[in-house]
Design a protein around this ligand. Sequence first.
Ligand code: NAD
Length: 503
Amino acid sequence: MYKKNQKILKAALSKLKTEGVQNLINGESVAAQSGETFKNTSPVDNKFIADIAKSDAADMNIAAKASAAAFNAWRDLPYKEKRDILYAIAAEIEANADLIAVLESYDTGQPIRFMKKAAIRGAANFRYFADKVIDARNGLSTPDTKHLNFTVRQAIGPVGVITPWNTPFMLSTWKIAPALASGCTVVHKPAELSPVTATLLCQLAHKAGLPKGVWNVVHGFGHTAGKALTEHPAIKAIAFIGETSTGSMIMQQGAPTLKRVHLELGGQNPSIVFADADLDRALDSTIFMKYSLNGERCTSNSRLLIEKSVYKPFVEKLIARVKNLKVGDPLDPATEIGPMIGKTHQEKVLSYGKIGVKEDGATLLVGSGKPKGLKGCYVNPTLFGDATKDMRISQEEVFGPFLTVIPFETEEEAVEIANSVNYGLTAYIWTKDSAKGHRMALNVESGMVWINSQNVRHLPAPFGGVKNSGIGRDGGEYSFEFYMETKNISVALGDHPIPKLGA
Ligand code: NAD
């Protein structure tokens, strides 16, 4: 398997190195108007992958106009045709899942064991929303005695999708599949640190029969290409996934053109383990939800809140498991943790090892520092214990394989610690006491709660955060609420009275 992955990568790289990664606007592969490019490297070995189109407002303008020109025809395409195109995109993704997974893994540093599944989930997103196209325009009937009122949903228009670097392929499908199912056209600005699979995905969509201009990809940096997308008057809404501070900027940039925004932002999520829980399952889940996807996962539990009476035995087992995590080349199916996305992020994660010891005074239980003998942007999986809620390692989003353990004594204290951060994306609650589990679920400040479970995404369920973790929800019907306008139509049922002025 490892050799097969390396072979796929070698062939793909030779093509990428010579051709580079271009924008895809109106169905055509085009360089940036300025002719400029930027270099993309792999965090696995710091080697060159490809020259990427370095776009700016001029390219964004062309793409926004292309998406506006394609809008009416796409919106009005009969549902069966739209649905079948989305099915065909899903099939193309599945047929190319190995290539997508290998490229994503090399570009982001994410272990291949997760990336193969992420590619397949990308296809599932398209298939799910293909099935929902038939219901996208549905509304409500709110009849009165003299008027029949009913609502219809109509696609909002061309939308911008801006995605981060952590699992770019799957995240972009979460946004783009419902946008297309709604009848919107799309301009996608992928993250500059992991741009490779975005153009590939859009190419596959065109191969599947998507009309030109319906989905455009424009590469570049956030403060130029991204900003121009959020400011463009033809773009009616921005679906954004990324950092909290960037989300705030996007709201400001979009304000003059009254952009609708959906923001999926950062997290500092708790796994709250009570003494009465199935502790073995709680342990498996807490490790998985922190150390999978390199800990670069918005829904990861970065804080373990553990009841004091079981702190010692639980943390002993945790230490043994974290020490045993396999760090290495993400293309190796045995690898559990790959490199961080790049040098800057590697330095950031490493700095929290120092902050935890020197500034916070927590106990370093495992890791910190770089693993020996690995050339890329690797960090050792790290575990801190005896922490308190106000420490920086408890409050800030590290976004790496870095877990902070905080003991608690009572349910009230667990709630207070859980809610002591500015974020509120997810919470994981472990207890066999069903009433306590439900109370906790109501009392923790987060957009999503799992009781006795890791994060298991259910596509119709709402996804999103509260506080600094975001605004808005997507998933199922919630996505249609974002990508569509609700119009009320009122029909008089007879000759009801009309006030007469000037009569
Ligand atoms: P980021 O905010 O730095 O960048 C995200 C995207 O925004 C990139 O494409 C970037 O080019 C663009 N961007 C930057 N400045 C911009 C501007 N002024 N205008 C328009 N676009 C701009 O985030 P990142 O570092 O790529 O991703 C990591 C962050 O994403 C973490 O905080 C993580 O928690 C968050 N995230 C959240 C979710 C979620 O669902 N809540 C999912 C994944 C990642």
